[in-house]
Design a protein around this ligand. Structure first.
Ligand SMILES: Nc1ncnc2c1ncn2[C@@H]1O[C@H](COP(=O)(O)OP(=O)(O)OP(=O)(O)O)[C@@H](O)[C@H]1O
Length: 269
């Protein structure tokens, strides 16, 4: 099966006042249709830079990002625009990523306006549907982001990302700015959306436990490289790289009275 998204030997470097930073060092990854690949690594290992290169927000130094077999690296802005609807992103901070001066309905409608999808009436209707879909009341559309909680704001970001019906959703630490109780709700929402819409997720996190039951495969990133990759269950049971072992060892042993039965998950999968 040809992967939907394939990253091939991707490098990204920065020249800074402190010298040369080789943030992404020859990363290769595949993401299949309907699959969740968790990209797990500690702060500064290059996860966001990799995501930005995949999305075309950051120019890769070399390598390929193939979407349905077409290489996106080095495309002109105009050519890249054609692919943009197919890959969308939900960022970490729902406070910073939403323009605070825009009403929620305008924020969610914006991608449809930019890509001129549907009539004005169809776009308005779609905004209502998207709000319902992510668990927001459609009559809240006239409100501004500051009137919402962190979890609700992340729902707004998700609705906005879904507007163009992407095939790939890149979730860059989408719950790490949220309270633990809210984290589970947002992860559950993402899981339901994937089940219903069939999207593929690249789920970036520093928290291995968060993706324990959510990811199909896990890629461990360490100092700019993928050091271990495999089915989530295999990586979890028999980690090979020291970095993975350290992360797993740091996870508290769950209280059996709280986690109902072996193998069950707080995220219900
Ligand atoms: N625009 C930039 N200019 C210079 N250096 C950068 C730039 N963006 C990232 N870096 C550097 O690249 C390295 C990887 O950063 P990156 O943000 O990709 O890591 P990360 O794993 O996403 O970390 P975090 O989880 O903290 O966001 C870091 O050393 C960072 O300082």
């Amino acid at each position: 099966m040809t992967p939907l998204l394939s990253v091939r030997d991707l490098h990204c470097s920065f020249e800074t006042t402190r010298g040369h930073v080789h943030a992404v060092q020859g990363v290769s990854l595949d993401l299949n249709v309907g699959e969740t690949l968790a990209l797990v690594g500690e702060s500064g290992c290059g996860k966001t830079t990799l995501a930005r290169c995949i999305l075309g927000l950051q120019r890769a130094t070399s390598g390929e990002v193939l979407l349905d077999g077409e290489n996106l690296v080095g495309l002109s802005r105009r050519e890249a625009r054609r692919h943009r609807p197919r890959m969308q992103c939900v960022f970490q901070d729902p406070f910073a990523s939403l323009n605070s001066r825009k009403r929620v309905e305008d924020l969610i409608r914006e991608p449809l306006d930019v890509h001129r999808i549907g009539t004005a009436a169809e776009r308005r209707r779609q905004v209502q549907e998207l709000m319902e879909r992510v668990g927001l009341r459609p009559d809240w559309g006239k409100r501004f982001p500051h009137e919402f909680s962190g979890g609700q704001r992340q729902r707004i970001s998700i609705a906005r990302a879904l507007a163009l019906r992407p095939a790939v959703l890149i979730c860059d630490e989408p719950v790490s700015a949220l309270d633990v109780s809210v984290q589970a709700q947002i992860v559950n929402l993402l899981w339901e959306l994937q089940r219903d819409l069939g999207m593929s997720y690249l789920f970036i996190t520093h928290d291995l436990m968060l993706v324990e039951n959510f990811a199909d495969r896990v890629a461990m990133m360490y100092k700019g490289r993928i050091v271990e990759e495999g089915r989530a269950v295999d990586v979890w049971r028999s980690p090979r790289h020291e970095f993975t072992k350290t992360l797993i060892d740091a996870i508290p042993i769950p209280d059996p009275d709280v986690r109902m039965g072996s193998g069950s998950s707080v995220f219900g999968r």
